[in-house]
Design a protein around this ligand. Structure first.
Ligand code: ADP
Ligand code: MG
Length: 321
């Protein structure tokens, strides 16, 4: 879907922000990029839609070099959400969301029904909100509009650069849940930048850890936790986690990791005496697991709930990078 081949970015002052990166992001994947400030995350993201031109190498989107796309066509096919809420202040919510569909000359009826659909999807009913100005919405609501504006013209790819980091913890959690649900229903390819490991663990199908313009490791959340490639990754995730916390058995944490609304009955059962580490490995292949103790099911866990527990624990220990 998106492929980086030996991509390098040197800025005019000779800063090499990206050093010969190779990377493949799959269709429908929720791909999270994380790393310390200044490691090149924003540069990497903006090269995908050519907001920043690359110095060397090639990026392919759907098999075609980005340099060979008509720039408008490329950008229209890629939604982009920024950290700073970037709605146009003088335009209504409806006008903000309609921008790209109008540029693409969709007919008015199609635009209206698309706006309705999207606003309802994120819990902001159009009857109430369509005519408001951005400042008449809370920060969390504005960012929700920012997300649906990026989705309005139905792009195949969504780029998000620390989209929730300016929000309070509650709005942030809500938007994370929204975007996960969106991803499951609309099945976009999402490239999501964050510096927050908890967020990365919660959202990512795969996580890409960067440092100094290079990729240090790409893997699923449990691979990153269980098999960090070096001390940098280990420290970044939180060293103590890998040593002790994953040894905890499910029985002792079931109330914190069970899914409160399991959707279907899981294909597989595991014993409540299984360690969290082992459960995470099994969860790479199974969506959900029933946890069984003495013949009784005491809860259903998912990769999401287990990682969220682990990530919350990283944060509590103050090991967040
Ligand atoms: P991140 O998003 O991970 O914080 P950036 O991609 O913004 O990192 O920046 C990567 C590196 O490139 C940093 O060293 C930054 O100072 C540098 N950089 C970013 N933009 C420019 C620019 N326009 N000119 C020169 N250097 C830049
Ligand atoms: Mg950045």
């Amino acid at each position: 879907m998106i492929r980086f081949k030996d991509v390098t970015k040197r800025y005019q002052d000779n800063t090499t922000a990206i050093k010969s990166i190779n990377l493949e992001i799959k269709e429908g994947e929720f791909f999270v990029i994380i790393g310390p400030s200044g490691c090149g995350k924003t540069t990497l993201l903006k090269m995908i839609n050519r907001l920043i031109e690359l110095s060397d190498g090639e990026i392919y989107v759907n098999g075609q070099k980005t340099s060979e796309y008509n720039i408008h066509e490329l950008r229209w096919n890629i939604g982009y959400v920024l950290q700073q809420i970037a709605l146009f202040p003088h335009m209504t919510i409806e006008e903000n969301v309609a921008i790209v569909p109008e540029l693409r000359k969709w007919n008015q009826q199609k635009i209206l029904s698309r706006i309705q659909e999207l606003m309802n999807m994120v819990g902001l009913p159009p009857e109430t909100y369509r005519d408001r100005k951005p400042k008449e919405l809370s920060g969390g609501q504005q960012q929700r509009i920012g997300v649906i504006r990026a989705l309005a013209a139905d792009p195949a790819i969504l780029l998000m650069d620390e989209p929730f980091s300016a929000l309070d913890p509650i709005s942030r959690e809500k938007l994370q849940d929204d975007i996960l649900e969106l991803q499951q229903t609309i099945n976009k390819t999402i490239v999501f930048v964050t510096h927050d490991m908890q967020e990365a663990m919660k959202l990512g199908d795969r996580i890409c850890i960067m440092k100094d313009g290079e990729i240090v490791q790409v893997g699923t959340p449990s691979e990153i936790i269980n098999r960090p490639v070096n001390d940098f990754v280990k420290d970044f995730v939180g060293a103590q986690i890998t040593d002790t916390k994953v040894d905890v058995i499910l029985e002792n944490i079931i109330d914190q990791i069970k899914d409160s609304h399991p959707v279907s009955s899981p294909s597989r059962q595991i014993s409540a005496a299984t360690s969290l580490q082992e459960a995470l490995m099994i969860l790479t292949e199974h969506e959900q697991l029933s946890v069984e103790k003495q013949g009784q099911i005491i809860g259903t866990i998912t990769r999401q709930t287990a990682l969220k527990y682990l990530a919350g624990d990283i944060e509590k220990r103050g090991l967040k990078p």
